[in-house]
Write a new protein. Structure first.
Length: 141
């Protein structure tokens, strides 16, 4: 895949990689920040282990949207890899990687999403992950 086929969002968060990793794997935390913009999370469930499943239901003005997947890799506190399936992926599995690197000022978080079905969904997911990363930064800041 070329970089044109990949969504990549990067943020520096003012906490340790352990704190960021835990935020991605705790359902109570996900309910606070795992939806972009004015969207909210109606439900978040996760079994954070390789092969474990997650389910996140985001709500916006257009209704409720379910996102599901399975954890492929958990390398605490450096990396998470999981599948991501929703209406926006055409109900096909795509792959999301969260890379965390310790900095003197906190953690560099890079979200990479591969396998989206169209240029429109690449744009939509870039906006979505950007909004989610911003909410996470506010939550942890």
């Amino acid at each position: 895949m070329t970089d044109d086929d990949v969504v990549r969002v990067e943020r520096v968060l003012p906490v340790t990689p352990d704190v960021v990793f835990d935020a991605w794997t705790d359902p109570a935390s996900l309910r606070v920040w795992m939806a972009p913009g004015a969207s909210t999370v109606a439900d978040a469930e996760c079994e954070a282990r390789v092969g474990g499943a997650f389910r996140i239901v985001m709500i916006n003005d257009d209704g409720a949207f379910e996102h599901t997947g399975r954890y492929l890799e958990l390398d605490r506190p450096r990396r998470l890899v999981f599948t991501w399936r929703s209406l926006g992926t055409g109900l096909a599995d795509t792959e999301v990687t969260i890379d965390l690197a310790e900095l003197d000022t906190g953690t560099r978080m890079v979200i990479t999403h591969r396998g989206l079905p169209s240029a429109e969904e690449l744009d939509n997911h870039h906006d979505g992950w950007s909004g989610i990363a911003d909410k996470l930064a506010l939550t942890l800041g």
